[in-house]
Design a protein around this ligand. Sequence first.
Ligand SMILES: [Zn+2]
Length: 580
Amino acid sequence: MLQHALLFLSLLISALLVRHLHELPLAFRPQGDVHCYGSIATLSASNSVYAPGCLRLTRDGRFSSVFSANEEELRRKEKQEGWNIDLTGHALPGLWDGHAHLLQYGEMLASVQLHDARGFTEIHALIGAYRQLHPGAGSRQSWIIGMGWDQSHLPHGLLPSAKDLPADLYILLHRIDFHCIWVSPPVLSLLGPQIPAPPEGGTIPSAGVFCDNAIDLILPFLPPPTKAQKKSFVLNAQRKLHSYGMVGIHDAGVVQEDRELYEEMAETGELQLRIYAMVECRIRNSFCPEEAKKVEREDGMLIVRSVKLFADGALGSWGAALLAPYSDKPSTNGTMLLAPSLLTQLTAQWSAAGYQVNIHAIGDAANRAAISAIASARPKNVPSPAFRLEHAQIIAPEDQRKLPALGIVASIQPTHATSDQFIAEARLGKQRLAESAYRMKSLLQAGVPVVLGSDFPVEPPPALRGVYAAVTRRDPATGRWVGGGNGFFEEQRLTVWEALSGFTRGVAFAGGASDEAGAVEKGKWADWIVLDRRVVEDPKSGWEWLREEEGLVRETWIRGKRVFGRTEGEASAGISFELA
Ligand SMILES: [Zn+2]
């Protein structure tokens, strides 16, 4: 009798629940713990595809199983058990960026965008429009910050100078690669009547442009953003990233104060993007264990156990350190930001202290110095993998061959290759470009673990555009490439599964989180995205659809909670609650 009563009661409750479900507005519908889609590609080692397929979740936001089901059964479960069924949607694991800068991206969203500006008139107009929206910007206390300029879009391709900017406003504009800044006359005058000589590892190529270590001459004068501003940078950045299907990033340079902000926001639940932070010392390229507290949150929202070192600058501003002179500037080989002996010492110190060491290395001289520093280090208690080359852009053939045995991860940005293709041959010459630069497929085939990213805000963040660049070796913005054939050094193209793995499983591996993230698999964090179409290698439809900057992602889920839903618009994104 009691049994019958209980059965009746549970039927009554589920009947009420089903009715209740249908009465709730979509955004507030409780999310059942089973989600089914037209297809699910797991991107696990076996890359199974379930079509249609379902995900079952644990209460603490992990996958408990992945299984296939037929449509009729799913319709019944939808009615009876409140399963979330979306048969026109196609699920993939949540996307990660293996090398990016969260706060700088948030700052970019709040600053003057110069990426599309051609010439000084357009730059002045954009600054004017920004001041309309932000009255008072441009004062000594509140500088106008901009980013994205590139001298190749300025008259005669020449570097600008301070006098090309308004004489009455405090303005600081980052070059597109963030390796140079261009400042206005009031900012320049803060240095006194005479511009000082550039420090080692820096250049001042014009009166008003400061590159690499010379940027440090200006930065002390810049009023720092307040904590509240930084928090809004994080919140705006993560909202935008969710709309691109991003569930986490490897933040490539986080100072103590910003790590503390991330910790605080993870604790309050405001941080809804997974962050694997590489520590950057207040004094760049130093040993600062007192600033480098390790963090390993149980929920995986913040992990800190790696450091970032910087061997050289970037190719666009002739700052990448090369073994032989630049082909288009034979007077220079670029700039090492520190002596190779110091790089070796720091790499040894950090890895002996138990940190993964990630070295920014673009030129072949920087990569050689980094590889030799790594070869002599003796890591202690470092979760595998212990070393990464960030960018790994130009590596001499004999050095490429050393990577697999040393277990070094190559952290590559496919969109850097497709953006740099237009200047790379000028800088490097034909042979060096062909043998050493922008390699992906050949490294992968040689057994080098490859992790992919965008380096946003240097490049736009959508990982699917990075997938496009990796599978086509064409510029996602224009679809163009140089050098004939079907793409820029097309033999370096990846398959779509290799590229997607680079933005999911590869990133998890590079962060020592292979058991936790990067695939739809039992036990892993329940992070996934839903697209309108299934990803299949189909020569007919090609990959042009991946170039779309907005609107490709239908939903993004982190820890079993929806953080973005396209149909509800951004305003309601993130609203969700669970049945008690
Ligand atoms: Zn970077």
